[in-house]
Write a new protein. Structure first.
Length: 348
């Protein structure tokens, strides 16, 4: 396949950067709607994956009844929502349908402009395959989303928290990659000789710490572990909560026990905060003071929202805001790591 990147006067890195920032914003919106879908227990309301025909919701009463009858066959309805009305089903169907539609919008927002820019020979050299990879990642994300939903259709009343984590982390990786590429293109627009930024060794450590925290957060969501304690900093009057089930071994507890995972998520957040504090300090020393301040502000807001989510007994809108700000934090951290990486490229 011929590379769709070009070195020509038609190259438009600034326009491509703006495009990717818009797509990144759409991804944050999808993450937010995904949070609502999860908290309203709407994720299993659509029991089939129809990438094309699934765009249209039921259009008449007969269609709605047909969809409702499919939902009645799964364990979630039989064991939790038995007796749900058609109106109640329509409410949960809406959020899952909207979540899937927005996922398609993100895909179209990447693929259609990519084809346009390729046809116009506007993609800078070296960026064609990277942009194709981003578009492919959206398709992979959709497949992972269905794989996640499928885990709750036969034997479970909810989705696998492992698959939910894969779905969320893939979305956040896509977000970070969009931001990183947009910043590379923005730098290229200002300096045609600029090289892409590179992640430093210390940056890799920051990323690893954040991945652990994001993974724990996804498991908390998938296991409804936020509900096991509504006090802070203690968990039900104990620092280490009572109720951790160690009977299956340490690894099983670490990956499946809601008390332990909640405990780890709330305290690993301080490790993540310290890592981001170090990153902000490094940015400050490199002259990126506005970015450093923004990073610190978002970290503080995110930690406050996490505490409020706990003490309010997982208030839905606070929990959703916690997830949205978490996605914003990932985007800002990616931008900050990119600036640090650009500094390393310049001094090397």
């Amino acid at each position: 396949m011929t590379d769709i990147s070009h070195k020509s006067a038609a190259s438009r890195p600034a326009a491509l950067a703006r495009w990717l920032w818009i797509v990144a914003l759409l991804v944050i919106v999808v993450v937010g709607v995904g949070g609502i879908t999860r908290l309203t227990e709407s994720g299993l309301s659509i029991t089939e994956w129809r990438p094309v025909s699934g765009v249209m919701p039921p259009l008449n009463e007969a269609d709605w009844i047909r969809e409702f009858e499919k939902y009645k066959q799964i364990p979630e309805y039989k064991e939790i929502n038995l007796g749900m009305t058609l109106a109640g089903f329509k409410a949960i169907f809406f959020w899952e349908w909207l979540h899937r539609i927005l996922g398609r919008v993100v895909g179209m927002a990447l693929v259609v402009p990519l084809l346009w820019y390729a046809w116009r020979r506007a993609i800078p050299a070296g960026y064609g395959w990277r942009l194709i990879g981003l578009a492919a990642l959206v398709g992979l994300q959709g497949a992972i989303g269905w794989w996640m939903v499928a885990s709750g259709l036969e034997y479970r009343t909810d989705v696998s928290h492992f698959r939910l984590a894969a779905h969320l982390l893939t979305a956040l990786f896509l977000l970070a990659a969009l931001v990183w590429t947009a910043r590379d293109l923005g730098v290229l627009a200002r300096d045609p000789a600029a090289r892409p930024a590179r992640l430093t060794g210390a940056g890799v450590a920051v990323v690893a710490i954040l991945i652990v925290q994001l993974l724990l957060g996804a498991w908390v969501a998938g296991l409804n572990a936020g509900y096991v304690a509504s006090t802070w900093p203690m968990m039900n009057d104990h620092f280490v909560p009572e109720g951790i089930d160690w009977s299956g071994g340490a690894w099983t507890a670490l990956t499946n026990d809601p008390f332990l995972i909640h405990f780890l998520h709330r305290w690993w957040s301080w490790v993540a905060a310290l890592a981001l504090l170090w990153l902000a300090r490094a940015l400050w020393a490199q002259g990126g003071r506005s970015e450093a301040k923004l990073l610190l502000a978002v970290v503080a807001v995110q930690m406050l929202l996490g505490i409020l989510t706990v003490v309010t007994g997982v208030s839905m809108w606070i929990a959703v805001l916690h997830q949205v700000v978490g996605a914003i934090l990932v985007a800002i951290a990616a931008a900050a790591l990119h600036r640090q990486g650009r500094h390393e490229v310049r001094v090397s």
